[in-house]
Design a protein around this ligand. Structure first.
Ligand code: NOJ
Length: 748
């Protein structure tokens, strides 16, 4: 047999190839088996989160751990109160960043470095102040509360969450749930008003909206309850100032919204700037650790507010940064927002055995747990897509329009000035807010843009197209002494059938670091109204502002007043709908409008005076101009008698109260029933009345709807003492609903 040497060569080559192939496959196989063996558990998406956290922490050095406790910032910075700070170079080991940009590519680049240029590849958590909208800006939280529609608040926050998520923001510093009773404090705009219960309910709604059903789902972002706690009490309404929070008011008024937020599963909490009766909130072991983490079992993490650790020095609670860092961390702050104190000092504090490793591990594991829950290890990058697909969806605009409609409050409507009758053919739209766009966004407007906003003028123009013609005059600016536009405004008004005068506050007059000594509008706006009054034409005053105003000089001159708040991008459409009657106003105040600044503090749930008929002001009325819960409608409602399932119950029994409400007018409306309780005599005196439940329902003209409140005595009738213990007394109570006051008892 002839043997072809080439064949031999070929066979040998084949053999070699096969052998090499087998060897290669074996290598790959063993390699992958080994790799599988070596793949750290924390990278295994299927492993339980606690195990992933543990596995990751085992591999981390102290330096790496401390970097997880650190937050810096990146992107352009729009917050003028933080602008003094240089945008620092980004350390890829950083735990979190406040990302103030919308550039997804840049954000992803930072993330890539964290994942690929570090030993362990821990993703960065990107946060931002998404307070009432990311780009689709909706009404400020104070306005939302006036809608009494928490479901709508959930939907709105959900829009904000999706737009944030699509930009790579996984964490918002919201909701703010600081009960606020001093409208001089600019931050009243950011919370849900003066009542603890209302704050608690809207807090829950917001947490649900941001975090969704499950925080691990796409489009969910982590929420942050802020500012823990008592910040709303800043003395004299001066921001960043001392707040005298008594233990009783802490438990009774300021903590309940936070407890509700923790129960709702809020992922994080922010420690406040203020001093709580001598111990600043960011160094307060009692509130941060004993109450929040131990008593309430909060499993998320606490981030300090911007420079609140360093400020401990100014507040006299620490002599230097090291001591400030120690106090904050020891008290329960887990992440340092922007002060750079943890990365500078924690290591030394550990080495000196002042800070135990167990506390470091506790803080790190809280932060990593959230990163795992958010799915950041599996989906660290934000998807690149055009802005038009990320923001301002049409259906979202409809939702935020409804929120604006329901949050506006009709404060006055003399001789049915509103809705505008079809005999009105010429409308004079006047005032500094009439054509303004940017100010309708309010403070903390995320990435909202003035050009996205439908102004009041444009909204009215669109609504009354074909029915009435519009004439415009600015009249004056928001402030200053220039009255040169008054004449033109008077001329325009004289030729009209109705004046819509749009007044208000610039957006930067409320929000952070925006305290005012007087809550009246600048005199020039009031003078404009006075000069228009001389025309004898009916005047509708439209207000856009971030706080309750002193309207004592405005109210007597206006035929109708609409509080439109800072309504966001659809403000013009919402206002126009109310003017025309397409929308029946259903908002009610979630904060008292004092008669004047000198009445402050004034809120509905004050305690009883020792001499209720004395101690009145000699120079001004003692009652507020518009109380909590006030708001008019275009229809009328009749409340039937409240029915009780029983007037005597035992502590462990439930009591059902029902009331039938009939829409006796001719317009469909949405009526909110506010259920209050009072306990006139108690071991610890109680507020005159306390809101315990509310419900908003739509009622067709001529129809009757039943509202029901199921009273759970321990939840709704108990009081809390200054140690946070709840008590329920066998005693006499009252239920108060729309002018009705009914007695019931808890018996042995
Ligand atoms: C300071 C503010 O008090 C807080 O509300 C905000 O979240 C942080 N700055 C971050 O911007």
């Amino acid at each position: 047999m002839n043997i072809d040497p080439n064949q031999i060569k070929l066979k040998t080559m084949k053999k070699r190839t096969i052998t090499a192939g087998i060897l290669l496959s074996l290598t790959i196989l063993t390699g992958s088996v080994m790799a599988q063996k070596q793949a750290p558990l924390y990278k295994n998406a299927k492993a339980p989160i606690t195990q992933r956290v543990e596995s990751l922490m085992k591999q981390m050095t102290l330096d790496e751990k401390i970097m997880q406790l650190t937050q810096g910032n990146a992107g352009q910075n729009d917050n003028q109160n933080n602008q003094g700070e240089k945008i620092k170079g980004v350390d890829p080991l950083i735990g979190s960043l406040i990302y103030t940009g919308t550039d997804v590519e840049y954000r992803n680049r930072i993330q890539k470095e964290a994942l690929e240029d570090t030993r362990l590849g821990i993703p960065v958590l990107f946060g931002y102040d998404v307070i009432h909208g990311f780009r689709t800006v909706y009404p400020i939280p104070l306005a939302q509360a006036c809608s009494w529609n928490p479901a709508l608040a959930t939907q709105s926050c959900n829009i904000a969450a999706r737009e944030s998520y699509l930009t790579g923001i996984n964490w918002t510093f919201a909701p703010m749930i600081d009960v606020a009773r001093d409208p001089r404090w600019g931050r009243v705009a950011e919370g849900y008003g003066e009542d603890p219960y209302t704050n608690a309910i809207f807090c829950r709604a917001a947490v649900k909206g941001f975090q969704g059903e499950n925080i691990s789902n796409p489009y969910s972002i982590a929420s942050c309850l802020k500012h823990f706690v008592g910040y709303g009490l800043s003395e004299g309404g001066r921001d960043y100032h001392y707040s005298d929070v008594s233990p009783q008011s802490l438990w009774e008024t300021y903590l309940p919204p936070y407890e509700a937020g923790v129960k709702a599963g809020a992922a994080t909490v922010m420690s406040a700037f203020n001093d709580i009766s001598g111990v600043p909130a960011s160094a307060n072991h009692y509130t941060l650790t004993e109450i929040l983490k131990q008593r309430w079992g909060f499993k998320g993490f606490v981030v300090s507010d911007w420079f609140s650790i360093q400020q401990l020095i100014a507040q006299g609670a620490a002599k230097d940064e090291k001591e400030a860092g120690y106090k904050a961390f020891y008290s329960g702050v887990d992440m340092d927002m922007g002060d750079n104190i943890f990365p500078e000092h924690l290591k030394k504090l550990v080495e000196e055995k002042k800070v135990p490793m167990s506390r470091i591990d506790d803080a790190v594991s809280r932060i990593l747990t959230l990163k795992f829950k958010l799915g950041l290890f599996e989906h660290p990058y934000a998807e690149m897509m055009p802005e038009s697909q990320r923001y301002l969806k049409e259906e979202d605009k409809t939702t935020v329009k409804q929120m604006a409609e329901e949050s506006m409050v009709l404060l006055k409507n003399a001789i049915q000035t509103l809705p505008v009758s079809n005999t009105v053919k010429n409308i004079a739209v006047i005032g500094p807010m009439a054509k303004d766009q940017g100010n309708l966004l309010g403070s903390w407007s995320g990435h909202g843009r003035a050009e996205d906003v439908l102004s009041f003028y444009n909204g009215i123009e669109h609504e009354f197209n074909g029915q009435a013609t519009l004439q415009y005059a600015q009249g004056c600016d928001f402030e200053g002494n220039d009255q040169s536009g008054f004449n033109q405004a008077t001329e325009v008004a004289t030729n009209s059938d109705l004046i819509v005068l749009c007044l208000g506050e610039r957006r930067e007059w409320s929000g952070e670091n925006a305290s005012r000594s007087s809550i009246a509008l600048p005199t020039v706006q009031q003078l404009l109204l006075e000069s228009l009054k001389k025309t004898g034409k009916p005047i509708v005053v439209v207000l856009s502002n971030g706080r309750p105003l002193d309207l004592s000089k405005i109210e007597p001159l206006a035929d109708a007043i609409i509080e439109a708040w800072q309504p966001g991008i659809q403000g013009g459409a919402a206002l126009a709908g109310i003017l025309s009657g397409r929308v029946n106003p259903s908002g009610r105040l979630a904060i008292t409008f004092p008669y004047c600044t000198g009445q402050i503090p004034i809120y509905y749930n004050m305690r009883q005076s020792a001499r209720p008929t004395q101690g009145l002001y000699q120079d001004v009325p003692t009652d507020p101009l518009y109380p909590f819960g006030y708001g008019l409608s275009y229809t009328t409602y009749h409340y039937g008698p409240v029915r009780f399932s029983s007037t005597k119950i035992k502590k462990n029994q439930k009591l059902i109260a029902e009331v039938e409400v009939t829409n006796t007018g001719s317009k469909i409306g949405k009526e909110t029933v506010l259920w209050y309780i009072s306990q006139p005599v108690c071991t610890i005196t109680r507020p005159i009345k306390e809101l315990k439940y509310f419900e908003k329902k739509e009622i067709q003209p001529g129809k009757t709807v039943t509202y029901r409140f199921e009273i759970n005595p321990m939840r709704d009738l108990s009081y809390i003492d200054s140690n946070g213990h709840k008590f329920l007394e066998e005693n006499e109570y009252f239920l108060l609903v729309n002018g009705q006051k009914l007695k019931f008892e808890i018996t042995k």
